[in-house]
Ligand binder design. Sequence first.
Ligand SMILES: *Cc1c(COP(=O)(O)O)cnc(C)c1O
Length: 422
Amino acid sequence: MKSTFPLDLSYAQHLDQQDELIPFRRRFVTDDSDLIYLDGNSLGRLPLATRHLMQQTIDDAWGRRLIRSWNEGWFTLPERIGGKIARLLGAQPDEVVVADSTSVNLFKLALAALEAQPERHKIITDDLNFPSDLYVLQSISRLRAGSYVQVVASSDGIHGPVAALAEAIDGDTALVVLSHTTFKSSFVYDMTAVTQLAHQSGAIMLWDLSHSAGSVFINLNEANVDLAVGCTYKYLNGGPGAPAFLYVRRNWQDKLNNPIAGWMGQHRPFDFGLDYAPEPDLRRFLSGTPPILSLAAIEAGVDLLLEAGMDNIRAKSVQQSEYLIDLWRQLLAPIGFRLNSPSDSEQRGSHISLGHEEGWRINLALIDQHILPDFRRPDNIRLGITPLYTTYEDLWTAVTHLRTIVTQKQYQSYSQTAHTVT
Ligand SMILES: *Cc1c(COP(=O)(O)O)cnc(C)c1O
């Protein structure tokens, strides 16, 4: 067990004073200074530079340059921003492109991978994966006769079932699809080891990096990963519904076909040829016209992460989660809170899930006290740590409020009824 952190506020403030990343907090919109935001794992804060960039894109590029802007940067924007995201993922700049949503990108890549290996039938995933990913895979198995999805179960709902996956992956496995960092418990798979498991049986490995990009250390090239997808609106701070990224390792790029063929993936689209002839490179995974405004909004958030450096971000994330877990152990475990995340930081991403039988109502009380976590059924209060703007004082305050909400039974004045978006 780790050494115990002092429990007082002044110690949290001391840690903030020592923090080298603290200047980055002022690069985000934090007008709401009394708000403690612990949901950057779901929707990152707005970078100040994004406001400026959007103003420029709207007033100059759209307002004045109009259609000419397509030849002044818009057409290549999916690759240019993809190239920047690649640096956060340990990939080559020409291996990442931005398009569509994570769900749609998963559909395109997973179906392409299945079609590349018609003699194999099985898609393997686990029950910690994000439900949208499961729905997409189920839909793909309906489209391809004979294929099916095997969902491997975690034994405790917290840790990924690595041994059971190793057993399930066999010569009939076409594709293994897993969330690298799982959305509820924050468990992080060993990317290299699991990719190797898939490759040993000749299967293709596809990682969903939605909760990993910008939060944990990733090296897709070193781990020899075939395919990946992920969100830009979580730790990358790209904005609500910002388009997602997809990664295809170089050697696969001319072998996989986009099942949603469209003119933006066509070789020389402005020849307007009547037969589809895809680009040889990653552009073939574009389908329709990119949403330029929301695409442009991604860049400033990615630049901030590159400037801060993933090593520094990960180091602070680990220290902050160790601090938060220690506060949980001292102040919250005795009053009924469970740690629903791995206790080993090697296996944990940048959010901590705390379970409590009154989790939903405690979460509502916390929101009323200007502290925003989010809630994932059945009982998880997720506390997201985003090192560019989360302070130690934020974490200390959240924990002391959680304690008071329970010890003074403040949650009892809230309704059990769930909201549409939790
Ligand atoms: C957030 C998340 C998604 C969301 O997909 P969208 O298509 O952007 O709605 C998908 N997969 C995982 C693992 C996620 O965490």
